[in-house]
Design a protein around this ligand. Structure first.
Ligand code: FES
Length: 171
């Protein structure tokens, strides 16, 4: 089994790209071998869906965003943030088959990045070192997330050389 096929990896969050990269168009991304399409909804939050139209399997990433939904570039079936098909232009009566849906994934916008988990995440998105509360080890450090330097630590005045090494007596 390939490393990327370990099922547990599908339950972690991954930062995929800066959220600003979705400002102009939807973007494809392959995560653990799974083709995704990322785009922004009407609220500006990222959406992550399977990059495969349920009609004739065209890549949704070749389509365009319209009112926060993704429109397939082939026959214009349209999917909302949940992956449900909400419009089939060839069907003016508006009847949409119950199975007309693509997979949607957990997604969030944190620290300016699009985060995605393919299945129910084991943990929340990890805190940024810039926003995490200070710990005892890092509270006196000048850089967040770095351990404090030991007060008694000093740079040796003369570097050690191989000639200063004395072999311990053998037993
Ligand atoms: S393949 Fe997407 S609408 Fe036909």
């Amino acid at each position: 089994m390939l490393f990327a096929q370990q099922p547990i990896l599908r339950r972690f969050w991954y930062a995929l790209m800066p959220t600003a990269h979705l400002d102009d168009s939807p973007k494809p991304f392959t995560l653990l071998g799974e083709p995704l399409i990322l785009f922004k909804g009407v609220d500006g939050k990222p959406i992550a869906l399977q990059d495969r139209c349920c009609h004739h399997t065209a890549k949704l990433s070749k389509g365009f965003v319209e009112n926060g939904n993704i429109v397939c570039g082939y026959h214009s079936w349209t999917y909302d943030a949940t992956g449900s098909c909400v419009r089939i232009p060839q069907n003016p009566e508006g009847n949409i088959p119950a199975g007309a849906k693509v997979k949607s994934y957990h997604r969030d916008d944190q620290y300016g990045y699009v985060w995605v988990a393919l299945e129910d995440p084991l943990q929340p998105i990890p805190p940024s070192p810039r926003t995490a509360p200070a710990t005892a080890a890092s509270s006196s450090s000048t850089r967040p997330g770095r351990p404090a330097r030991c007060a008694s630590w000093k740079t040796p005045s003369t570097p050690r050389t191989s000639t200063s090494y004395t072999k311990p007596p053998s037993a």
